[in-house]
Design a protein around this ligand. Structure first.
Ligand code: SAH
Ligand code: SF4
Ligand code: F3S
Length: 469
């Protein structure tokens, strides 16, 4: 059994003292920050923590990169184009730095945990002075102090059993929040770099999770998304005394919590107890993001996914039986090594059969250090591209079909945003099962729940009218 070590309160207090000292110097100078986030919700969540520290240290959020005194890129490395893009982005900042020599440029996130990357970037880009990985967010004040004193540093410890509680956060809205329930991943899907850069799987304590949610709800937030690479394996290591279904039950009665979402779900660990719990608890949303990756059992085996096509379909069927209005979204990879035309057709037929509300689709991208990158039968790029196109066309048709079901549907929507279009204000938000709808209204309704009837289905979205505010 792996036991997680928790970052001690003393250590955190020390960091907060450093933050307060820095604030005395930074705040009067009116300095600003700009954080650009790539990748998944884990990174979004980590950026909130960095922004939380920066605010504590006295920086204010800048409107854009050009006007910022502190610029940070939070990087992703799940597919290979990310690296090229990052290099371009960083290179382009040199001019800004020349114009404002006091500016600090930093890079953090998953890519920095790749072997040798941090040092390479520090060498290649003299205008970058701060690099840190995913496991040292709790030491941000100390790192920033070193940089403000003129050092150039790269901190990418593999202290990957650490869980830090009580870090500051700066969120960009008052309605919805991400809450980590676990960090890292132990699944080692053969194509995936995440376990190497995010460390082994560890679960937060249920009490810490509940307390965080309770504080959020007290501050007005009504929707939370529980985050983990495989939320269904929460507590499977026996360290928390609770499994995922228990955790859902344990948090569901937090006062003011109207919607509970979670992602991602790994099909191999989504058990009957979780399914029954989704059906039973009134505030667990009827949406499951259930990455299938491939519709062919042989490929799934080579991907080390530990389920078959049939098992996947049986989960979909069972959940639809228990929760008739449930919607599914998914992730799919095409062109995995050894994927024959026939295997690819199995993916198409699964997509046809399930009818996902939407899907994130990717061409397989070899990642250094993973098992799949060493497999022999790699698929040519042109074939991957062609398969991706065919899959996207199919999913586009399925999305339209899915949308059409909603004409006449009436339900509660949490208003997430508004677009002012001349005289008209278009609002948008989601039903509890993740379907997005657009409708006219006024921006005072932002973050509130309103009842909306769907009038029209477009290619990618639903158009409705508000029938009750
Ligand atoms: N933990 C989540 C996925 C996180 S990564 C899960 O297991 O569901 C998000 C998605 O990126 C994956 O679901 C997969 O579809 C895609 N992905 C991961 N590695 C990839 C690679 N090497 N090439 C292409 N897509 C990849
Ligand atoms: Fe990657 Fe698989 Fe872990 Fe998801 S479950 S992060 S795809 S190794
Ligand atoms: Fe990317 Fe890291 Fe998420 S590699 S997908 S940001 S866990």
């Amino acid at each position: 059994m792996i036991t997680s070590c928790f970052v001690s309160e003393n250590e955190l207090t020390e960091q907060k003292v450093i933050a307060a000292e820095l604030a005395q110097e930074i705040r009067p100078r009116g300095l600003t920050f700009f954080v650009e986030t790539f990748g998944c919700q884990m990174n979004v969540r980590d950026s909130e923590t960095v922004k939380g520290w920066l605010s504590m240290i006295g920086y204010k959020e800048a409107e854009n990169k050009e006007s910022a005194d502190f610029i940070l890129f939070n990087t992703c490395c799940v597919r290979d184009h990310a690296e090229k893009r990052l290099m371009g982005n960083i290179g382009a900042l040199k001019e800004l730095k020349d114009a404002n020599p006091g500016m600090i440029i930093g890079i953090c996130g998953c890519m920095m945990q790749q072997e040798g990357m941090a040092k390479k970037l520090l060498r290649r880009f003299p205008h970058v002075s701060l690099i840190f990985g995913t496991n040292v967010l709790h030491r941000f004040p100390e790192m920033l102090r070193a940089v403000l004193n003129g050092d150039r540093i790269a901190v990418t410890d593999r202290a990957d059993d650490a869980i830090a509680e009580g870090l500051p956060k700066l969120r960009d809205n008052q309605r919805s929040a991400f809450v980590n329930i676990m960090y890292g991943c132990d699944n080692y899907c053969s194509y995936c770099i995440v376990p190497y850069v995010r460390g082994h799987e560890r679960s937060r304590k249920p009490e810490d999770i509940r307390e965080e949610i309770a504080n959020l709800c007290e501050s007005g937030i009504t929707e939370i998304t529980l985050l983990g690479q495989n939320v269904n394996s929460y507590g499977n290591d026996g360290t928390t005394g609770m499994r995922f279904a228990d955790l859902l039950r344990y948090i569901s009665d937090v006062p003011g919590l109207k919607r509970i979402r979670f992602m991602s779900s790994h099909p191999k660990d989504l058990n009957e107890d979780v399914m029954q719990t989704i059906a039973a608890l009134p505030n667990v949303c009827h949406h499951v993001h259930l990455p299938v990756q491939s519709g062919n059992s042989e490929i799934l085996k080579r991907m080390n996914r530990k389920y078959t096509r049939e098992h996947y379909l049986s989960i979909i069927e069972r959940l639809r039986e228990l929760v008739p209005d449930i919607e599914f979204t998914t992730d799919i990879i095409v062109g995995f090594p050894g994927e024959t035309e026939e295997a690819f057709r199995d993916t198409l037929s699964l997509v046809e059969q399930v009818g996902f509300a939407s899907a994130f689709t990717f061409a397989y991208s070899p990642r250094q250090g993973t098992t799949a990158a060493r497999m022999e039968d790699q698929i040519p790029e042109a074939v991957k591209k062609q398969r991706l196109k065919a899959l996207n066309e199919l999913q586009a048709r399925k999305t339209v079909e899915n949308n059409e079901k909603y004409i006449g549907f009436v339900g509660e929507v949490l208003v997430e945003g508004c677009d002012e279009r001349g005289e008209e204000t278009m609002l948008y938000g989601k039903y509890q099962n993740f379907k997005m709808v657009y409708f006219t209204g006024c921006k005072e309704l932002l973050n509130r729940y309103v009842t909306v009837k769907v009038l029209q289905s477009n290619k990618n979205s639903l158009l409705g009218e508000m029938i009750d505010a």
